[in-house]
Design a protein around this ligand. Sequence first.
Ligand SMILES: Cc1cc2nc3c(=O)[nH]c(=O)nc-3n(C[C@H](O)[C@H](O)[C@H](O)COP(=O)(O)OP(=O)(O)OC[C@H]3O[C@@H](n4cnc5c(N)ncnc54)[C@H](O)[C@@H]3O)c2cc1C
Length: 409
Amino acid sequence: MTQQIVIIGAGECGGRAALSLRDRGFVGSITLVGSEPLAPYERPPLSKDAILLSAEPKFIAQADRFASLAIDLRLGVSATDLNRSGRCVSLSDGTSVPYDKLLLATGARPRALPAMTSLNGRVRTLRSHADAMEIRSFLGPGQRVAIIGGGFIGLELAASARKLGTSVTLIEGLPRILSRGVPAEIAEAVASRHQAEGVEILCNARIDKIEQSADVAEVLLEDGSLIQADLVIVGIGSIPNTELAAEAGLAIDNGIAVDNHLRTSDPDIYAAGDCCSFPATHYGERRVRLESWRSAQEQALLAAANMMGAQETSTAVPWFWSDQYDLTLQVAGLAEGTAATVRRDLSAEAFILFHLAEDGRLLAASGIGPGNAIARDIRLAEMLIASAKTIDPAALAAPATKLKALLAA
Ligand SMILES: Cc1cc2nc3c(=O)[nH]c(=O)nc-3n(C[C@H](O)[C@H](O)[C@H](O)COP(=O)(O)OP(=O)(O)OC[C@H]3O[C@@H](n4cnc5c(N)ncnc54)[C@H](O)[C@@H]3O)c2cc1C
């Protein structure tokens, strides 16, 4: 019988899993171990409002809420060793905690560039609230920032930095920004908006060296050009935190490999959130790893249920959003294997691209528009993806056709 549950990683997934265990009536002991000094907080604001407002972290729940639920929250402490045969985890404070069921929710960390000699001073990455506050201290009128990487985090930071009056140069190694998971048409709309806001975007730009002194940071490109800035931010993707699992002999495959129930290769150990790869429902059980706020939440609840003995599997469609200026971009589903793409214009500024498989099923939808202009149609697109119906591309393209009607058909 499960009496002791230990969760490693007190982020989006770990925090919500702990709360969900109590919501579901788990009465045994719960230990939630997090290497950061803060109670679980939301990461998405870190490249958005937190940077603009120097805000307090947006807590998922305060430490006293965890205490009131008898969740033993150990902050500023890392799990250093996982002893599967002894069923216990060693912590950096010299203690160890026994478990019946263990959840690894260790998240991911920013990828480093080989050209980066050190990560401090004027060269930074963004993952934690502390990172965001340090970055914020460099932004403002008269300041210059160079952002390496035209992915979501780099672009959101570029928008936030511009709003604060900072000069921004965005350096992308590939021919266009957002080349991972976002169609070119949407990436172009995003790039145009950044350029209109004064961001200088350099594509096909290969980094040779990054150097810093007390006064300035410098990025030297392979073509010989030099970009000087007060701060260089490197946003070139993330690496899942799998070391603890790997050293304990758990299967790793682009993340801690789990099955449909989020169970690792050890049936008493689960993994969820950014650190795990899982078989994607709706996509032929293809193994994927997501870095998505909603997925981390959904997996937290699923892991909690299954650690308590349920045998639930996920039916969720992958979903991601990004806010830049007044624009919101959303991607639902996985577009790999697209045979045809159709465009639906919702207004002069808002459109959605639908990606269809050879057999006419909807695989993915990606859209962009101001505020929540695309939200409803993307939500319906998620349901169409989950339904696996064959859909007439012309109907998808016609704004007059209600997606709800396609769902009901
Ligand atoms: C700046 C930023 C902006 C984002 N914006 C969006 C967005 O707009 N839309 C979206 O869908 N997603 C966004 N995301 C992604 C989303 O925040 C993540 O998918 C989500 O936080 C993943 O949750 P997690 O619990 O798996 O990992 P995390 O939230 O990273 O939590 C993992 C925790 O585990 C801790 N940990 C790691 N190893 C150990 C160990 N050995 N011992 C103890 N603790 C450990 C880490 O320190 C961390 O606190 C953003 C992420 C960032 C960084």
